[in-house]
Design a protein around this ligand. Structure first.
Ligand SMILES: [Fe+2]
Ligand SMILES: [Fe+2]
Length: 286
């Protein structure tokens, strides 16, 4: 029986990533799955270095690291760079031990059926666009004084592809609507009710609605998501009496101002094959 460490948002935090790689190793996991806002910023040198460091550590520990995209990952560049580098299971190989699960990707590990659906709306979109405009002004200013440097600023802090469109989701569900056991997403579904950071801004709701559609269609026994930076468990019920357990995971400590934050809230051990009972580690239990 294998074990998988499911982890919340990393935001390119190398220290936290390396700590969770050690956690995975200590707990006998051979794989890690990250729920988006991973730190896929390969348009920047620091982002490429981060991928290299995580990959090197994963290789050293004998782990494979998988991730889906969050709103703060530049997924368009992942496709541009790695669409022609799929592994045997259809993940895109960003590095030897670092692999991206594109939206709608499905796979089976140890008789357990999985699907991943990334993307979400950024509540700080306007702030990011202002920063990008400020950077563009600076580049233009320097050019006035003779600088020949050109630098793209659009799409460096806010990524237009951050959420699925309805048409994209329609196509993904039309291609395959068969059920899964475990669903990984970045965003929360419409019907889960965490008591903190529920992202009630109206602009957040369409994507939560899309994730709810994924849940209602694929009918997973359990789903894991990030994005809220908050650890909670909820249960969704369907009319037929079946349900989906929702596990929201916390993020890296840098983005958490909550006094009750605990690093152990940012990961969860999933034993495979999934049996539906006793597979996890309770909240902040270790
Ligand atoms: Fe995040
Ligand atoms: Fe996010």
């Amino acid at each position: 029986m294998g074990k998988l460490l499911v982890i919340g948002d990393l935001h390119g935090n190398t220290g936290h990533a390396l700590a969770l790689l050690r956690e995975a190793k200590q707990r006998g996991c051979d794989r890690i799955f990250a729920l988006g806002d991973f730190g896929a910023w390969e348009h920047m040198a620091s982002g490429r270095r981060y991928f290299d460091v995580v990959n090197k550590a994963a290789r050293k520990e004998g782990l494979l690291v998988y991730f889906l995209d969050g709103n703060h990952d530049k997924s368009s560049l992942l496709h541009e760079l790695y669409d022609d580098k799929p592994d045997d299971e259809g993940f895109l190989m960003c590095r030897s031990h670092l692999r991206y699960a594109p939206r709608g990707h499905r796979w089976t590990w140890e008789d357990t059926r999985f699907a991943a659906f990334g993307g979400a709306y950024s509540v700080d979109k306007q702030r990011r666009l202002i920063w990008e405009a400020h950077r563009a002004d600076k580049v233009a200013e320097r050019r006035k004084y003779g600088s020949t440097r050109t630098r793209d600023t659009a799409g460096t802090l806010w990524f237009p592809e951050e959420e699925m469109t309805d048409a994209e989701l329609d196509a993904l569900l039309a291609a395959d609507s068969s059920p899964v056991d475990i669903l990984f997403t970045h965003d929360k579904p419409r019907d889960s009710h965490p008591d903190f950071n529920r992202k009630k801004h109206p602009a957040c709701l369409p994507n939560q609605e899309r994730i709810q559609r994924v849940v209602d269609t694929l009918r997973p026994a359990v789903m894991f998501h990030g994005h809220l930076h908050y650890r909670y468990t909820d249960q969704l019920w369907r009319e037929d009496g079946e349900g989906t357990r929702v596990e929201g995971l916390a993020a890296d400590p840098e983005v958490s101002s909550r006094p009750d934050y605990h690093r152990d809230d940012s990961w969860y051990v999933l034993s495979l094959p999934y049996s539906g009972a006793g597979e996890g580690v309770p909240l902040a239990a270790s």
